[in-house]
Design a protein around this ligand. Structure first.
Ligand code: HAM
Length: 422
Protein backbone atom coordinates (compact mmCIF):
# COMPACT_ATOMS: atom_id res chain seq x y z
CA UNK A 1 0.00 0.00 0.00
CA UNK A 2 1.35 3.40 -0.99
CA UNK A 3 0.64 6.19 1.48
CA UNK A 4 -1.95 8.77 0.42
CA UNK A 5 -0.98 12.20 1.60
CA UNK A 6 -3.38 14.90 2.63
CA UNK A 7 -2.75 18.58 3.15
CA UNK A 8 -2.45 19.54 6.81
CA UNK A 9 -5.59 20.49 8.67
CA UNK A 10 -6.46 24.13 8.06
CA UNK A 11 -4.07 24.31 5.09
CA UNK A 12 -5.79 24.45 1.73
CA UNK A 13 -4.90 23.99 -1.91
CA UNK A 14 -6.29 26.73 -4.09
CA UNK A 15 -7.18 25.08 -7.39
CA UNK A 16 -8.24 26.38 -10.79
CA UNK A 17 -10.71 27.90 -11.52
CA UNK A 18 -10.54 29.58 -8.08
CA UNK A 19 -7.00 30.73 -8.82
CA UNK A 20 -8.47 33.03 -11.50
CA UNK A 21 -10.58 34.69 -8.85
CA UNK A 22 -7.53 35.06 -6.58
CA UNK A 23 -5.49 36.55 -9.39
CA UNK A 24 -8.31 38.96 -10.13
CA UNK A 25 -8.52 40.02 -6.47
CA UNK A 26 -4.78 40.69 -6.39
CA UNK A 27 -4.97 42.60 -9.66
CA UNK A 28 -7.79 44.78 -8.32
CA UNK A 29 -5.74 45.42 -5.17
CA UNK A 30 -2.80 46.60 -7.26
CA UNK A 31 -5.07 48.78 -9.38
CA UNK A 32 -6.30 50.46 -6.20
CA UNK A 33 -2.90 50.71 -4.49
CA UNK A 34 -0.79 51.84 -7.49
CA UNK A 35 -2.23 55.36 -7.89
CA UNK A 36 -1.81 55.88 -4.14
CA UNK A 37 1.93 55.24 -4.46
CA UNK A 38 2.10 51.87 -2.71
CA UNK A 39 4.91 49.70 -4.05
CA UNK A 40 5.34 45.97 -3.63
CA UNK A 41 7.63 44.61 -0.95
CA UNK A 42 8.42 40.92 -0.63
CA UNK A 43 9.09 39.88 2.93
CA UNK A 44 10.27 36.50 4.18
CA UNK A 45 7.84 33.88 5.38
CA UNK A 46 10.11 33.03 8.30
CA UNK A 47 11.53 35.40 10.93
CA UNK A 48 13.16 35.39 14.34
CA UNK A 49 10.46 34.54 16.90
CA UNK A 50 11.44 37.55 19.00
CA UNK A 51 10.21 39.87 16.24
CA UNK A 52 6.63 38.77 16.78
CA UNK A 53 6.87 38.60 20.57
CA UNK A 54 8.01 42.21 20.66
CA UNK A 55 5.39 43.55 18.26
CA UNK A 56 2.20 41.49 18.39
CA UNK A 57 2.58 41.20 22.16
CA UNK A 58 3.25 38.36 24.56
CA UNK A 59 -0.27 38.30 25.98
CA UNK A 60 -2.07 38.03 22.65
CA UNK A 61 -3.74 34.83 21.43
CA UNK A 62 -1.47 34.86 18.39
CA UNK A 63 1.73 34.78 20.43
CA UNK A 64 0.45 32.65 23.30
CA UNK A 65 -1.29 29.98 21.27
CA UNK A 66 -1.09 30.29 17.53
CA UNK A 67 2.46 30.68 16.27
CA UNK A 68 4.26 28.05 14.23
CA UNK A 69 7.50 28.30 16.16
CA UNK A 70 10.40 25.87 16.03
CA UNK A 71 14.12 25.69 16.54
CA UNK A 72 16.09 25.61 13.30
CA UNK A 73 19.22 23.55 12.76
CA UNK A 74 21.33 26.46 13.98
CA UNK A 75 19.51 26.45 17.30
CA UNK A 76 17.55 29.69 16.61
CA UNK A 77 13.93 30.06 17.52
CA UNK A 78 12.14 30.93 14.28
CA UNK A 79 8.47 31.48 13.46
CA UNK A 80 6.38 31.28 10.31
CA UNK A 81 4.97 34.78 9.99
CA UNK A 82 1.49 35.07 11.52
CA UNK A 83 1.08 38.51 9.93
CA UNK A 84 2.98 40.94 7.72
CA UNK A 85 3.29 44.20 9.64
CA UNK A 86 6.18 43.19 11.92
CA UNK A 87 8.31 41.83 9.02
CA UNK A 88 7.70 45.00 6.96
CA UNK A 89 8.70 47.18 9.92
CA UNK A 90 11.79 45.04 10.42
CA UNK A 91 12.69 45.50 6.75
CA UNK A 92 12.01 49.25 6.99
CA UNK A 93 14.45 49.59 9.86
CA UNK A 94 17.00 47.08 8.57
CA UNK A 95 17.31 48.80 5.19
CA UNK A 96 17.21 52.36 6.58
CA UNK A 97 14.14 53.15 4.53
CA UNK A 98 13.50 56.12 6.81
CA UNK A 99 16.26 57.91 4.84
CA UNK A 100 14.10 57.75 1.70
CA UNK A 101 11.52 60.48 1.08
CA UNK A 102 8.52 60.10 3.33
CA UNK A 103 5.95 58.66 3.20
CA UNK A 104 7.25 55.23 2.27
CA UNK A 105 4.30 53.08 1.19
CA UNK A 106 4.37 49.34 0.65
CA UNK A 107 2.01 46.50 -0.17
CA UNK A 108 2.56 42.77 0.18
CA UNK A 109 0.64 39.59 -0.42
CA UNK A 110 1.22 36.03 0.62
CA UNK A 111 0.56 33.32 3.15
CA UNK A 112 0.42 33.82 6.91
CA UNK A 113 0.34 31.06 9.51
CA UNK A 114 -1.70 30.84 12.70
CA UNK A 115 -2.45 27.66 14.58
CA UNK A 116 -6.14 28.44 15.07
CA UNK A 117 -9.09 26.09 15.18
CA UNK A 118 -10.00 25.76 11.50
CA UNK A 119 -13.55 26.63 10.53
CA UNK A 120 -15.37 28.36 7.68
CA UNK A 121 -13.31 31.44 6.79
CA UNK A 122 -10.54 30.54 9.22
CA UNK A 123 -7.49 28.59 8.11
CA UNK A 124 -4.10 27.87 9.62
CA UNK A 125 -2.40 28.96 6.43
CA UNK A 126 -4.26 31.92 4.99
CA UNK A 127 -3.35 34.69 2.58
CA UNK A 128 -3.30 38.38 3.18
CA UNK A 129 -3.03 41.40 0.94
CA UNK A 130 -1.63 44.11 3.18
CA UNK A 131 -0.31 47.66 3.05
CA UNK A 132 1.88 49.75 5.36
CA UNK A 133 2.57 53.51 5.10
CA UNK A 134 5.42 55.06 7.08
CA UNK A 135 6.22 58.61 8.08
CA UNK A 136 2.97 60.57 8.35
CA UNK A 137 1.47 61.46 11.71
CA UNK A 138 -1.48 63.49 10.39
CA UNK A 139 -4.93 61.87 10.25
CA UNK A 140 -4.98 62.57 6.49
CA UNK A 141 -3.03 59.39 5.83
CA UNK A 142 -5.45 57.38 8.00
CA UNK A 143 -8.27 58.62 5.78
CA UNK A 144 -6.23 57.94 2.61
CA UNK A 145 -5.47 54.38 3.64
CA UNK A 146 -9.07 53.67 4.62
CA UNK A 147 -10.36 55.23 1.37
CA UNK A 148 -7.91 53.07 -0.57
CA UNK A 149 -9.17 49.93 1.17
CA UNK A 150 -12.76 50.83 0.36
CA UNK A 151 -11.82 51.54 -3.28
CA UNK A 152 -10.09 48.18 -3.51
CA UNK A 153 -13.09 46.33 -2.09
CA UNK A 154 -15.41 48.20 -4.46
CA UNK A 155 -13.18 47.49 -7.45
CA UNK A 156 -13.17 43.83 -6.48
CA UNK A 157 -16.96 43.88 -6.60
CA UNK A 158 -17.76 44.17 -2.89
CA UNK A 159 -19.48 47.18 -1.52
CA UNK A 160 -22.89 46.20 -0.32
CA UNK A 161 -22.85 43.81 2.65
CA UNK A 162 -19.69 45.45 4.04
CA UNK A 163 -19.41 47.80 6.96
CA UNK A 164 -16.48 49.85 8.21
CA UNK A 165 -15.98 49.94 11.97
CA UNK A 166 -13.76 52.60 13.46
CA UNK A 167 -12.14 53.26 16.82
CA UNK A 168 -9.24 55.00 18.48
CA UNK A 169 -7.39 53.08 21.15
CA UNK A 170 -5.27 55.97 22.40
CA UNK A 171 -1.55 56.26 22.91
CA UNK A 172 1.16 55.97 25.59
CA UNK A 173 -0.21 59.10 27.21
CA UNK A 174 -3.84 58.09 27.69
CA UNK A 175 -3.73 54.31 27.67
CA UNK A 176 -2.19 53.81 31.16
CA UNK A 177 -5.14 55.72 32.54
CA UNK A 178 -7.59 53.62 30.60
CA UNK A 179 -5.88 50.39 31.68
CA UNK A 180 -6.22 51.53 35.28
CA UNK A 181 -9.95 52.06 34.73
CA UNK A 182 -10.25 48.59 33.19
CA UNK A 183 -8.41 47.05 36.14
CA UNK A 184 -10.75 48.81 38.47
CA UNK A 185 -13.78 47.56 36.55
CA UNK A 186 -12.64 43.95 36.05
CA UNK A 187 -10.85 43.76 39.42
CA UNK A 188 -14.09 43.04 41.24
CA UNK A 189 -15.07 40.43 38.64
CA UNK A 190 -11.84 38.48 38.36
CA UNK A 191 -13.43 35.16 39.30
CA UNK A 192 -15.95 35.57 36.47
CA UNK A 193 -13.27 35.98 33.78
CA UNK A 194 -11.96 33.07 31.71
CA UNK A 195 -8.54 31.77 32.89
CA UNK A 196 -6.72 33.51 30.03
CA UNK A 197 -8.24 36.88 30.86
CA UNK A 198 -7.71 36.45 34.59
CA UNK A 199 -4.03 35.90 33.78
CA UNK A 200 -3.85 38.84 31.36
CA UNK A 201 -5.67 41.17 33.74
CA UNK A 202 -2.52 42.59 35.33
CA UNK A 203 -0.26 42.73 32.32
CA UNK A 204 -2.70 43.85 29.65
CA UNK A 205 -6.37 44.28 30.58
CA UNK A 206 -7.14 45.52 27.04
CA UNK A 207 -6.89 41.91 25.90
CA UNK A 208 -10.03 41.12 27.92
CA UNK A 209 -11.96 43.35 25.52
CA UNK A 210 -10.84 41.17 22.62
CA UNK A 211 -11.73 37.86 24.30
CA UNK A 212 -14.26 35.71 22.43
CA UNK A 213 -15.24 33.57 25.45
CA UNK A 214 -18.92 34.13 26.14
CA UNK A 215 -18.69 35.07 29.79
CA UNK A 216 -15.94 37.62 29.14
CA UNK A 217 -17.93 39.02 26.22
CA UNK A 218 -20.92 39.49 28.56
CA UNK A 219 -18.80 41.12 31.28
CA UNK A 220 -17.20 43.64 28.97
CA UNK A 221 -20.57 45.10 27.92
CA UNK A 222 -20.43 47.63 30.75
CA UNK A 223 -16.67 48.13 30.81
CA UNK A 224 -15.35 51.69 30.50
CA UNK A 225 -14.85 52.84 26.89
CA UNK A 226 -11.43 53.88 25.61
CA UNK A 227 -13.00 56.76 23.72
CA UNK A 228 -13.96 58.33 27.05
CA UNK A 229 -10.30 58.26 28.13
CA UNK A 230 -8.53 59.68 25.07
CA UNK A 231 -6.02 62.45 25.68
CA UNK A 232 -6.43 65.77 23.90
CA UNK A 233 -4.04 64.88 21.05
CA UNK A 234 -5.69 61.50 20.39
CA UNK A 235 -9.15 63.02 20.53
CA UNK A 236 -8.20 65.75 18.04
CA UNK A 237 -6.67 63.15 15.71
CA UNK A 238 -9.76 60.97 15.91
CA UNK A 239 -12.18 63.89 15.40
CA UNK A 240 -10.25 65.06 12.35
CA UNK A 241 -10.22 61.53 10.89
CA UNK A 242 -14.00 61.33 11.29
CA UNK A 243 -14.32 64.71 9.54
CA UNK A 244 -12.11 63.59 6.68
CA UNK A 245 -14.01 60.34 6.19
CA UNK A 246 -17.25 62.33 6.22
CA UNK A 247 -15.83 64.66 3.54
CA UNK A 248 -14.89 61.67 1.42
CA UNK A 249 -18.41 60.25 1.76
CA UNK A 250 -17.14 57.12 3.51
CA UNK A 251 -19.69 55.63 5.91
CA UNK A 252 -18.44 54.16 9.15
CA UNK A 253 -19.75 52.88 12.43
CA UNK A 254 -17.98 53.80 15.64
CA UNK A 255 -17.10 50.72 17.66
CA UNK A 256 -15.48 51.86 20.91
CA UNK A 257 -15.02 48.22 21.98
CA UNK A 258 -12.80 47.23 19.06
CA UNK A 259 -9.25 46.88 20.42
CA UNK A 260 -7.88 44.40 17.83
CA UNK A 261 -5.92 41.24 18.57
CA UNK A 262 -2.42 42.70 18.23
CA UNK A 263 -0.70 44.94 20.77
CA UNK A 264 1.17 47.31 18.49
CA UNK A 265 -1.75 49.59 17.66
CA UNK A 266 -1.98 53.23 18.71
CA UNK A 267 -4.86 55.61 17.98
CA UNK A 268 -6.82 54.62 14.87
CA UNK A 269 -8.04 51.05 14.47
CA UNK A 270 -10.56 49.82 11.91
CA UNK A 271 -12.17 46.68 10.58
CA UNK A 272 -14.28 45.97 7.53
CA UNK A 273 -16.86 43.34 8.37
CA UNK A 274 -19.55 41.47 6.49
CA UNK A 275 -22.67 39.69 7.64
CA UNK A 276 -22.29 37.05 4.92
CA UNK A 277 -19.47 34.93 6.33
CA UNK A 278 -20.78 33.77 9.69
CA UNK A 279 -18.54 34.05 12.73
CA UNK A 280 -15.38 34.99 10.80
CA UNK A 281 -16.79 38.31 9.73
CA UNK A 282 -13.68 40.49 9.37
CA UNK A 283 -12.68 40.88 5.73
CA UNK A 284 -9.92 43.40 6.39
CA UNK A 285 -8.52 45.19 9.39
CA UNK A 286 -5.76 47.54 10.41
CA UNK A 287 -4.71 50.63 12.24
CA UNK A 288 -1.93 52.93 13.33
CA UNK A 289 1.21 51.72 15.04
CA UNK A 290 3.20 54.86 15.77
CA UNK A 291 5.70 53.25 18.16
CA UNK A 292 6.70 50.07 16.39
CA UNK A 293 9.51 51.42 14.18
CA UNK A 294 11.13 52.88 17.30
CA UNK A 295 10.53 49.65 19.19
CA UNK A 296 12.55 47.90 16.47
CA UNK A 297 15.43 50.37 16.82
CA UNK A 298 14.47 52.80 14.04
CA UNK A 299 13.87 56.55 14.29
CA UNK A 300 10.48 57.69 15.65
CA UNK A 301 8.20 57.04 12.68
CA UNK A 302 4.42 57.05 12.70
CA UNK A 303 2.84 54.36 10.54
CA UNK A 304 -0.49 52.87 9.53
CA UNK A 305 -1.67 49.89 7.50
CA UNK A 306 -4.20 47.15 7.01
CA UNK A 307 -4.48 43.59 5.75
CA UNK A 308 -7.34 41.88 3.95
CA UNK A 309 -7.91 38.11 4.10
CA UNK A 310 -7.83 36.74 0.56
CA UNK A 311 -9.81 33.54 1.35
CA UNK A 312 -12.59 35.63 2.82
CA UNK A 313 -12.65 37.99 -0.16
CA UNK A 314 -12.68 35.00 -2.52
CA UNK A 315 -15.57 33.42 -0.60
CA UNK A 316 -17.58 36.62 -0.95
CA UNK A 317 -16.76 36.94 -4.64
CA UNK A 318 -17.23 33.29 -5.60
CA UNK A 319 -20.32 34.01 -7.69
CA UNK A 320 -18.42 36.50 -9.86
CA UNK A 321 -15.84 33.92 -10.93
CA UNK A 322 -15.26 33.93 -14.67
CA UNK A 323 -12.65 31.39 -15.71
CA UNK A 324 -11.22 31.57 -19.24
CA UNK A 325 -11.37 28.53 -21.48
CA UNK A 326 -9.45 27.42 -24.59
CA UNK A 327 -10.19 29.30 -27.79
CA UNK A 328 -9.52 26.20 -29.84
CA UNK A 329 -9.43 22.45 -29.44
CA UNK A 330 -7.85 20.50 -32.31
CA UNK A 331 -9.22 16.98 -32.71
CA UNK A 332 -7.22 14.75 -35.01
CA UNK A 333 -7.30 11.32 -36.58
CA UNK A 334 -3.99 9.71 -37.53
CA UNK A 335 -0.35 10.42 -36.78
CA UNK A 336 0.10 12.83 -39.66
CA UNK A 337 -2.86 14.98 -38.55
CA UNK A 338 -1.51 14.99 -34.97
CA UNK A 339 1.80 16.37 -36.21
CA UNK A 340 -0.03 19.08 -38.15
CA UNK A 341 -2.10 19.89 -35.03
CA UNK A 342 0.99 20.22 -32.88
CA UNK A 343 2.58 22.64 -35.36
CA UNK A 344 -0.57 24.71 -35.48
CA UNK A 345 -1.02 24.70 -31.68
CA UNK A 346 2.56 25.81 -31.00
CA UNK A 347 2.25 28.63 -33.51
CA UNK A 348 -1.13 29.80 -32.13
CA UNK A 349 0.11 29.62 -28.53
CA UNK A 350 3.05 31.85 -29.48
CA UNK A 351 0.43 34.39 -30.50
CA UNK A 352 -1.22 34.04 -27.08
CA UNK A 353 -4.16 31.90 -28.17
CA UNK A 354 -5.08 29.10 -25.77
CA UNK A 355 -5.09 25.95 -27.90
CA UNK A 356 -5.60 22.35 -26.77
CA UNK A 357 -4.90 19.17 -28.67
CA UNK A 358 -7.00 15.99 -28.51
CA UNK A 359 -4.33 13.58 -27.36
CA UNK A 360 -4.65 9.97 -26.35
CA UNK A 361 -5.32 8.18 -29.64
CA UNK A 362 -8.97 8.58 -28.77
CA UNK A 363 -11.91 8.30 -31.14
CA UNK A 364 -13.23 11.48 -32.69
CA UNK A 365 -16.33 11.21 -30.55
CA UNK A 366 -14.41 11.07 -27.30
CA UNK A 367 -12.14 13.94 -28.43
CA UNK A 368 -15.20 16.08 -29.13
CA UNK A 369 -16.63 15.20 -25.73
CA UNK A 370 -13.34 16.27 -24.19
CA UNK A 371 -13.37 19.51 -26.21
CA UNK A 372 -16.80 20.25 -24.79
CA UNK A 373 -15.65 19.59 -21.23
CA UNK A 374 -12.69 21.99 -21.58
CA UNK A 375 -15.17 24.74 -22.51
CA UNK A 376 -13.34 25.37 -25.82
CA UNK A 377 -15.08 27.79 -28.14
CA UNK A 378 -13.93 26.30 -31.46
CA UNK A 379 -13.01 22.77 -32.47
CA UNK A 380 -10.97 21.94 -35.54
CA UNK A 381 -11.25 18.42 -36.87
CA UNK A 382 -8.33 17.22 -38.96
CA UNK A 383 -8.52 13.67 -40.33
CA UNK A 384 -6.88 11.96 -43.27
CA UNK A 385 -9.33 13.39 -45.80
CA UNK A 386 -8.93 16.91 -44.44
CA UNK A 387 -5.16 16.57 -44.49
CA UNK A 388 -5.20 15.46 -48.09
CA UNK A 389 -7.30 18.46 -49.02
CA UNK A 390 -5.25 20.75 -46.74
CA UNK A 391 -8.27 21.92 -44.77
CA UNK A 392 -9.91 21.52 -41.37
CA UNK A 393 -13.55 21.20 -40.40
CA UNK A 394 -14.48 23.72 -37.74
CA UNK A 395 -17.31 23.89 -35.28
CA UNK A 396 -18.26 26.64 -32.86
CA UNK A 397 -19.32 24.80 -29.71
CA UNK A 398 -21.05 27.87 -28.30
CA UNK A 399 -23.43 28.66 -31.16
CA UNK A 400 -23.35 25.38 -33.10
CA UNK A 401 -22.19 26.97 -36.39
CA UNK A 402 -19.76 24.98 -38.51
CA UNK A 403 -17.80 25.04 -41.76
CA UNK A 404 -14.45 24.40 -43.33
CA UNK A 405 -11.26 26.41 -43.46
CA UNK A 406 -8.06 25.89 -45.43
CA UNK A 407 -5.14 24.90 -43.18
CA UNK A 408 -3.12 27.87 -44.38
CA UNK A 409 -5.96 30.19 -43.32
CA UNK A 410 -6.71 28.37 -40.03
CA UNK A 411 -4.59 30.53 -37.75
CA UNK A 412 -6.02 33.74 -39.15
CA UNK A 413 -9.51 32.30 -38.79
CA UNK A 414 -9.02 31.65 -35.06
CA UNK A 415 -7.28 34.97 -34.48
CA UNK A 416 -10.15 36.83 -36.13
CA UNK A 417 -12.65 34.71 -34.27
CA UNK A 418 -10.89 35.65 -31.01
CA UNK A 419 -11.25 39.32 -31.89
CA UNK A 420 -14.93 38.80 -32.75
CA UNK A 421 -15.45 37.10 -29.38
CA UNK A 422 -13.61 39.73 -27.35
P1 HAM B 1 -5.55 40.77 11.51
O1 HAM B 1 -6.82 41.40 11.92
O2 HAM B 1 -4.95 39.80 12.42
O3 HAM B 1 -4.54 41.98 11.23
O4 HAM B 1 -5.73 40.09 10.10
C1 HAM B 1 -6.20 40.83 8.99
C2 HAM B 1 -7.19 39.99 8.18
O5 HAM B 1 -6.62 38.72 7.85
C3 HAM B 1 -8.47 39.62 8.93
O6 HAM B 1 -9.40 40.68 8.89
C4 HAM B 1 -8.94 38.42 8.13
O7 HAM B 1 -9.62 38.83 6.96
C5 HAM B 1 -7.64 37.74 7.74
N1 HAM B 1 -7.35 36.61 8.66
C6 HAM B 1 -6.77 36.67 9.87
N2 HAM B 1 -6.66 35.44 10.41
C7 HAM B 1 -7.19 34.58 9.51
C8 HAM B 1 -7.36 33.14 9.46
N3 HAM B 1 -6.94 32.35 10.45
N4 HAM B 1 -7.94 32.61 8.38
C9 HAM B 1 -8.36 33.39 7.34
N5 HAM B 1 -8.21 34.74 7.33
C10 HAM B 1 -7.63 35.33 8.39
C11 HAM B 1 -3.25 41.81 10.84
O8 HAM B 1 -2.78 40.78 10.49
C12 HAM B 1 -2.49 43.10 10.79
N6 HAM B 1 -1.10 42.80 10.38
C13 HAM B 1 -3.13 44.09 9.84
C14 HAM B 1 -2.39 45.38 9.76
C15 HAM B 1 -1.55 45.78 8.80
N7 HAM B 1 -2.40 46.33 10.67
C16 HAM B 1 -1.60 47.32 10.30
N8 HAM B 1 -1.07 46.96 9.16
Amino acid sequence: MKPRFHALKGVEDILPPDTYLWRDIERKAMQAFGPCGFEEIKIPIIEHTELFLRSIGETTDIVEKEMYTFTDKGGRSVTLRPEGTAPVVRAYVEHNLATRPSPQKFFYRGPMFRYERPQKGRQRQFYQIGVEAFGVAEPGIDAEVIAMLIDFLEKAGLSSSLSLELNSIGCDVCRPDYKAKLREYFGGRLSELCPDCARRFEQNPLRILDCKVERCAALKQDAPLITDSLCEACRTHFDELKNLLGNLGIDYKLNPRMVRGLDYYTRTTFEVTTNLLGAQNAVAAGGRYDKLVEEFGGPPTPAIGFAAGTERLAALLQSTLKAPSPSLFIATLGAEASREALKMAVSLRRKGIWTEIGYGGASLKSQLRKADRTGAVYVFIIGEDELRERKAKWKNLKDGSSGEVRLEDAEGFIQNAGQRLA
